[in-house]
Design a binder for this molecule. Sequence first.
Ligand SMILES: Nc1ncnc2c1ncn2[C@@H]1O[C@H](COP(=O)(O)OP(=O)(O)OP(=O)(O)O)[C@@H](O)[C@H]1O
Ligand SMILES: Cc1cn([C@H]2C[C@H](O)[C@@H](COP(=O)(O)O)O2)c(=O)[nH]c1=O
Length: 208
Amino acid sequence: MQKGIFITFEGPEGAGKTTVIQMVENMLKEKGIDVVLTREPGGISIAEQIREVILSPKNKEMDGRTEALLYAAARRQHLVEKVIPMLEQGKVVICDRFIDSSLAYQGYARGLGIEEVLGINQFAIDHLMPDLTFYLDIRPEIGLQRIEKGRSHEINRLDLEKIDFHYKVREGYKLLLNQFPNRIKEVNAEQSVDDVYNDICDVLRGFL
Ligand SMILES: Nc1ncnc2c1ncn2[C@@H]1O[C@H](COP(=O)(O)OP(=O)(O)OP(=O)(O)O)[C@@H](O)[C@H]1O
Ligand SMILES: Cc1cn([C@H]2C[C@H](O)[C@@H](COP(=O)(O)O)O2)c(=O)[nH]c1=O
């Protein structure tokens, strides 16, 4: 039975999720809260191997449904091997991306259908939805510029999609905000890092 809290961060490329998640982790640790950071696709060995296959710029011929199924497979393994055990130990689990990425990227932007992609993901997650999700909103061209500037950031197969695809990803997330208004909280990610962090802390204070 789940005793911990499952929090996810979402957004278009370069929204600043990794940056702000680290700040939230430090803040929670200072308060003595047991917190685990993880990411999708990845977080454990099998899912990191699937990540390599999905995101390698060499795999240009990958079919959209194959892509959606691989994300769901990586998600399943990550959940059973890491997320669920950590929640059972009562930890706060913070995950960089989760099911909403599949709904926005594969369901909406790739055109596979949000409901269809939700369907294959229900099989993978078996009803384990996040308790709280932050959606970091940013215009795609600003996010992509940030990634290009950041020297250490890998440029993956999805980053290389045309700008229209990234606009559709953002539109997809906006639809999800309407679909799950209680779970997903929108934050303006075009602000300074400190302002983004403070907005997130305001929500967390009310939640934790
Ligand atoms: N609010 C901000 N203002 C300006 N630059 C930022 C801001 N937040 C993050 N950055 C910078 O933008 C780049 C991307 O940030 P980060 O890696 O945190 O984004 P991300 O959302 O995790 O990216 P991805 O799409 O790969 O998941 C980094 O170089 C980071 O320092
Ligand atoms: C979980 C998930 C991710 N994606 C995409 C989003 C990004 O382009 C990459 C992950 O790279 P990041 O630098 O770690 O953000 O994968 C997706 O399309 N569908 C998903 O379910």
